[in-house]
Ligand binder design. Structure first.
Ligand SMILES: [Zn+2]
Length: 245
C-alpha cells in the first residue's frame, strides 16, 4: 500500500507539473497578442503624428502663398496710386491698400503660429518614431523569447506526458479512475494529511476513515472535496502513529 500511495503522489506531482506547463502554453497566444497590440498602437500613433506634420505643413504653405499673393496685389494697387484720375479712386485705392496691409499682418502672425505648430508636430513625430522603434525592438525580443519558451514547454510537455503515462500505468486501475475523477474537478487530487483534517478543504476526517488511513489498508477519499487522502507517514519511512499497519 505504501508503494501504491507513493506512486499516486508521484503521479500527482507529474500531473500538476504538466498542468502548469499546459497552462503556460495556453497563455502564450494572449502574450503574443498583447505584444502585437502594443506594437500596433505605437505604429498607429506614429502614423497619426506623420499625418499631423503633413497637415500643419500644408496649412503653413497655404498661408505663405496667400501672403505672397496679398503682397503682390498690394504692390499692384500701390503702383496704381500714381495713375488714378480722381480723388475717389485714390481714396478707394488707399483703403484697399490699408486692408491688404492688415491682411498681410494677420497672415504673418498666422504663419508664425503655424511654424510653431509645425515644430510641435515634428517634435511629436520624432518622439513617436523613437517610441515605435523602442516598442518594436521590445516586441521583437519578447516574441523571440516567447517562441523559445514555447519550444522549451513543448519539450517539457512531451517529457511529462511520457512520465505521466508511466506513473499512471503503475497504479491499480480503480485508484487511477478515482484520482482522474477528482482532478477533473480540482487540483491537487491528493490531500496528504497529518491530522484528522483534510489538507485540501479543511473539513474534518471521520475517526473511522482516519483509522483506515493510518492503517493503510483502504483508500479513503475526503467526504467533502473527494480528494484521495493519504497520511504523510505512509509516504515517508517513519512509523505510522498507531500500530495498525
Ligand atoms: Zn477535503
Amino acid at each position: 500500500m505504501r508503494d501504491t500511495l507513493r506512486q499516486l503522489v508521484a503521479l500527482q506531482q507529474v500531473d500538476d507539473e504538466l498542468a502548469g506547463v499546459e497552462a503556460e502554453v495556453s497563455g502564450l497566444p494572449g502574450l503574443r497578442q498583447a505584444a502585437d497590440a502594443d506594437r500596433a498602437k505605437a505604429e498607429e500613433t506614429l502614423a497619426a503624428a506623420r499625418t499631423r506634420v503633413e497637415e500643419v505643413e500644408l496649412a503653413r504653405r497655404e498661408q505663405e502663398s496667400e501672403l505672397a499673393s496679398t503682397e503682390e496685389r498690394r504692390k499692384d494697387r500701390e503702383g496704381k496710386t500714381a495713375v488714378v484720375k480722381t480723388n475717389e479712386e485714390y481714396t478707394a485705392l488707399l483703403a484697399e491698400i490699408d486692408g491688404l496691409k492688415q491682411s498681410e499682418g494677420d497672415l504673418e502672425t498666422a504663419i508664425l503660429e503655424a511654424m510653431e505648430r509645425v515644430d510641435e508636430a515634428r517634435e511629436a513625430l520624432s518622439a513617436a518614431e523613437d517610441k515605435a522603434r523602442e516598442v518594436g525592438a521590445r516586441v521583437d525580443v519578447l516574441r523571440k523569447r516567447l517562441d523559445a519558451r514555447e519550444q522549451e514547454l513543448t519539450g517539457e510537455q512531451a517529457r511529462l506526458t511520457v512520465a505521466r503515462d508511466e506513473a499512471a500505468a503503475k497504479l491499480p486501475p480503480d485508484l487511477l479512475r478515482t484520482y482522474q475523477k477528482v482532478v477533473e474537478r480540482r487540483r491537487p487530487g491528493v490531500a496528504v494529511v497529518s491530522t484528522e483534517l483534510c489538507s485540501g478543504c479543511r473539513v474534518g476526517i471521520p475517526p473511522q476513515a482516519f483509522v483506515n488511513l493510518i492503517s493503510g489498508k483502504t483508500i479513503e477519499v475526503c467526504g467533502s472535496c473527494r480528494r484521495i487522502l493519504i497520511h504523510k507517514a505512509m509516504l515517508s519511512g517513519e512509523a505510522v502513529p498507531v500500530s495498525a499497519e
